[in-house]
Design a protein around this ligand. Structure first.
Ligand SMILES: C[S@@+](CC[C@H](N)C(=O)[O-])C[C@H]1O[C@@H](n2cnc3c(N)ncnc32)[C@H](O)[C@@H]1O
Length: 244
C-alpha cells in the first residue's frame, strides 16, 4: 500500500500499436508527432537532462559517449543537446531504434548543437545479446524500458551494466493519477494510436524500486530510483569508481 493507502496497480504489459506500424505509415508518423507533444507536456526534456546529469556526475576525460535505446525519431535527445549540450561538448551519441526513423535533418541539427549523432537500426535484444565490444559512458532511455517483461528487462539491464558506466532511464509512473491522466491525452490532440498506447504505457510503467530490483545483483553500483514530475519514474545506475 502507498502512503495514501492506495493498493499498488499491478504491472500489465500489452503490445503497443505504434511498435507494429510501418515507419512510413501516416498514422505512425502522426503518433510520433503526438509523442513529441506528450513529452513536452510531461517535461521530458528537463527530466531526462536531470537524470543524465546525475548519471554523469564528473567531467569525462574526453567527449561523452552516449547510447540512447529506443530513441524513436531522436528529437527528444536533440532538445537535451540544444539546451544542455555545452555541458558535454562534442558528445558522441548513438541513437538505437528498431525502426529507421532518425532523419538526416535531425542528424544535422545535432551537429549544429555540437554533438555527433549516429543512427543504429537494431532490435535492442540483439544489442543486449552482444557480450563485449563497443562501450559507452552512459546509456539513456525515455519511455522505453516499459516495453519489456521481467526476463527481457533483466537481460537488457545486464547488458547496460556490462557495456556502459551509467544508465539514466525515464519511464511512465504506474500510478492511479498517471493512469487517469493518460485517458485525457486527447486534450493534446493525440490520435487513437497515441491515446491507446498512452494508457498501455502507464499500465506497463514502474514504481518504487522495481527497476533497481532487476539490476544485476552482483554489481555493486550506485542505484537511484525516484519520481520526477507528475508522471515520470526515473532510474539512474552509476558504476562506482574503480579503486586507484
Ligand atoms: C514510446 S517510443 C519512445 C521514443 C522516444 N524514446 C521518445 O521518448 O520520444 C518507444 C520506441 O522504442 C522502439 N522500440 C520498441 N521495441 C524495440 C526493440 N525491441 N528494439 C529497439 N527499439 C524498440 C520503438 O520503435 C519506439 O521508437
Amino acid at each position: 500500500m502507498s502512503a495514501l493507502g492506495e493498493a499498488m496497480l499491478p504491472r500489465i504489459l500489452e503490445p503497443e500499436t505504434l511498435d507494429h506500424l510501418a515507419p512510413d505509415d501516416p498514422v505512425a508518423q502522426r503518433s510520433r508527432r503526438d509523442l513529441r507533444r506528450v513529452n513536452a507536456f510531461m517535461g521530458a526534456r528537463r527530466i531526462l537532462a536531470r537524470a543524465l546529469a546525475r548519471a554523469v556526475a564528473g567531467d569525462p576525460a574526453g567527449p561523452l559517449r552516449i547510447l540512447e535505446l529506443g530513441c524513436g525519431d531522436g528529437r527528444l535527445m536533440l532538445e537535451v543537446a540544444r539546451h544542455r549540450g555545452r555541458r558535454w561538448p562534442g558528445a558522441r551519441l548513438d541513437l538505437l531504434d528498431r525502426q529507421p526513423i532518425v532523419d538526416d535533418a535531425t542528424l544535422a541539427a545535432y551537429a549544429t548543437a555540437g554533438w555527433q549523432a549516429r543512427p543504429i537500426v537494431a532490435d535492442v535484444m540483439d544489442w543486449a545479446g552482444v557480450e563485449a565490444g563497443e562501450r559507452w559512458d552512459v546509456v539513456v532511455a525515455n519511455l522505453f524500458l516499459h516495453h519489456f517483461d521481467g526476463t527481457s528487462l533483466r537481460r537488457l539491464l545486464g547488458a547496460c551494466a556490462r557495456r556502459a558506466d551509467a544508465l539514466a532511464a525515464c519511464e511512465p509512473r504506474r500510478s492511479r493519477f498517471a493512469l487517469a491522466a493518460s485517458h485525457l491525452i486527447f486534450f493534446l490532440g493525440a490520435n487513437a494510436v497515441t491515446r491507446n498506447d498512452g494508457v498501455l504505457s502507464v499500465r506497463a510503467g514502474f514504481v518504487d524500486r522495481e527497476l533497481a530490483s532487476v539490476w544485476p545483483a552482483e554489481a555493486a553500483w550506485h542505484l537511484d530510483e525516484y519520481d520526477d514530475g507528475l508522471f515520470t519514474h526515473c532510474f539512474v545506475a552509476v558504476r562506482p569508481p574503480r579503486p586507484s
